[in-house]
Design a protein around this ligand. Structure first.
Ligand SMILES: [Zn+2]
Length: 305
């Protein structure tokens, strides 16, 4: 396969919502996440044995497509990482494929040269918006501003990022401060409303009719009931991915287990980019995605010969 794929109509939005427990979702009002799941799937992801259930390593795995043995992020201090060799998808696509990319959020090590970061080294456009203090309320304000910025960028057809990552952190912050009770549940529903605004921004694009969007919503880890993560309990290790887009069959759960490394692999596949073997991605595109060939099934079984 030596085809150089044109930019074409494909676009990808990845929304990362930190620390959303899978087991609580059925009880919460999350119509926009439900809509993504109905148009594709929502499936659990288990944080594997070599990955601490912490934001730093989990997000690094999600956006690079390789595990900690390669990206070298083992905690919320990202120092000692090998992200120069295993970059996030917004950086790789901008550098190697001349694609417009965008990353936005408020957690410092993802976006700034702080705590060993940034994870997002060089997207085409970057929006870091600091929470004014380390409280759930300040993080809600931060996520609100991040969402507004992302609505603005995603809604325009002139900036036109082909691959974007938007990070929402208030849910995780709320769990750490107050546990997984009423405030936490409300924070998840608020994050879902923000997801809805991002999806509406895509639909409002003047060129939306000519575009093919893949939407991936993903969380990094869970929380114990009292709030907190980093251990090996099922609640902490259980994350999830929801996705819809070209090649993803609505309502069909992936036939096998998903991994966090699959997110970046799917971003490349969704943009019809064949990964260079030297990238040594650990993930694979979501198994329901059709290959970059016509999706017509063979009319007849191929006879054995
Ligand atoms: Zn986290």
């Amino acid at each position: 396969m030596s085809t150089l794929w044109p930019a074409g109509p494909r676009r990808v939005l990845v929304v990362g919502i930190d620390g959303v427990r899978l087991d609580l979702l059925p009880d919460l009002r999350t119509p926009h996440l439900d809509a993504v799941a109905a148009a594709g799937f929502l499936a659990p992801v288990e944080v594997d044995d070599v990955t601490p259930t912490m934001s730093g390593p989990c997000w690094a795995t999600i956006v690079t497509g390789v595990g900690p043995a390669k990206h070298g992020v083992y905690g919320n201090h990202l120092g000692g990482n090998r992200l120069d060799v295993f970059p996030d998808f917004t950086t790789r696509l901008a550098a190697a494929h001349r694609r417009r990319t965008f990353a936005a959020g408020g957690w410092e090590p993802l976006f700034l040269a702080r705590d060993g970061g940034p994870l997002f080294a060089a997207p085409g456009r970057l929006a870091y918006i600091a929470p004014l203090e380390d409280t759930p309320e300040a993080w809600e304000v931060c996520d609100e501003r991040v969402t507004a910025e992302a609505e603005y960028v995603l809604g325009r057809s002139d900036d036109d990022p082909q691959a974007s990552f938007v990070y929402l952190g208030a849910v995780d912050e709320t769990a750490h401060f107050r546990g997984c009770g009423a405030d936490y549940r409300r924070a998840v529903e608020t994050a879902d409303a923000r997801l809805g605004r991002l999806l509406a921004a895509l639909r409002a694009r003047p060129t939306h009719r000519d575009e093919q969007w893949t939407v991936i919503v993903v969380t990094d880890h869970g929380h114990v009931d009292a709030g907190g993560h980093g251990g090996r309990s099922t609640l902490e290790r259980t994350a999830w991915i929801a996705a819809s887009g070209p090649g993803i069959t609505p309502g069909a759960p992936p036939p096998g287990p998903l991994h966090h490394t699959d997110v970046a692999a799917h971003v490349y596949a969704a943009l019809e980019i064949v990964p260079d073997p030297h990238w040594t991605l650990d993930g694979r595109p979501f198994p329901t995605v059709a290959p970059a060939e016509p999706a017509e099934p063979a009319a007849e079984p191929v006879p054995a010969s």
